[in-house]
Design a binder for this molecule. Structure first.
Ligand code: GUN
Length: 296
């Protein structure tokens, strides 16, 4: 009888980010020598959303691990839009600060587009300002958004061939789906894919995901991609991360991605774990952008 062996390999974002962080730490020390201070990132957190707090704390901790300075700006959920813009104005002008991010989502009474537009593009290390989005689309220098850039870095690190492949992206958010579809179609390596961008209005999603050589899932729905929706040998990048209550776990919850891991991994050649896939890569891209800002 044939023995079943796991054929898939892990796109291990934790390992990849650890090795990239070693390089960043060396370069941060160089910047400190040249400029007399370490690269400095600030994160603005408005309100008390638990997931946002976890992400922001992880970003601040990552700064410490590579010798960056970091500042966490915590503002109450009741902060007015004007008060937030005034705080951003201070950060824009602060000569001791290289870059900053405003963690999303913002409370409903604040217009996030207006806030993004107010950030100085030279300090916009999230790459969300229209100037940086435009530069990305045109292939000009600028800050790339952290999660899409991290996905590309992960594919590069593991030598996954992308040129001429069919990349299907599920989800069209401004933060992940739309920009990653642009990066994967660029005339660059990794890149040069034929890209299909699927979303909530896509008809017969499974018939499209089954055509994917590379499947990037950023739809925000736990386990929406099942084994029957992918072909043998697919490369899967799962951006989703969902806390699901689970009384059998000591923590009281488990983390699920947008793909049903066991089924999809059984057919995949490469797949990201959740957690430990895309998440650590997002953080390392933010550090890379901050380093770049500090050098400018
Ligand atoms: N919310 C979810 N992802 C992100 C991100 O990459 N940056 C910011 N600022 N907010 C987010």
């Amino acid at each position: 009888m044939d023995q079943q062996v796991a054929a898939y390999r892990l796109l291990d974002g934790k390992r990849c980010s650890d090795s990239l962080k070693e390089r960043i730490a060396i370069e941060a020390a160089e910047v400190k020598l040249m400029r007399g201070r370490a690269p400095h990132l600030a994160a603005v957190l408005v309100g008390d959303d638990g997931a946002s707090r976890t992400y922001v704390e992880a970003k601040v901790k990552a700064c410490e691990s590579v010798g960056f300075r970091s500042t966490l700006v915590r503002l109450p959920a009741t902060t007015s839009e004007d008060a937030l813009l005034a705080r951003i104005d201070e950060l824009n002008r602060d000569p001791e600060l290289d870059g900053f991010i405003v963690q999303l989502p913002l409370p409903k009474h604040i217009d996030a587009d207006k806030v993004m537009l107010f950030i100085d593009p030279r300090k916009d290390v999230d790459g969300f300002h229209p100037v940086n989005v435009g530069n990305m689309v045109l292939g000009q220098p600028g800050f790339l958004p952290a999660t899409p850039a991290g996905i590309v870095e992960l594919l590069r690190h593991y030598g996954v061939a992308t040129s001429g492949k069919h990349c299907v992206v599920v989800g069209r958010s401004n933060i992940v789906g739309t920009p990653v579809s642009i990066l994967m179609s660029r005339n660059a390596e990794p890149g040069n894919c034929t890209v299909t961008l699927a979303h909530s209005r896509t008809r017969d999603l499974a018939s499209i995901t089954r055509q994917a050589d590379i499947l990037i899932i950023a739809a925000g729905k736990p386990e929406m991609i099942t084994g029957d929706m992918v072909k043998e040998g697919v490369v899967v990048v799962d951006v989703g991360i969902h806390r699901i209550e689970d009384a059998t776990r000591k923590s009281g919850f488990r983390l699920l991605g947008d793909a049903r891991f066991s089924e999809v991994a059984a057919k995949a050649s490469w797949i990201t774990p959740v957690p430990g896939g895309v998440g650590p890569m997002t953080i390392v891209s933010l550090l890379q952008n901050t380093l770049k800002a500090a050098r400018q």
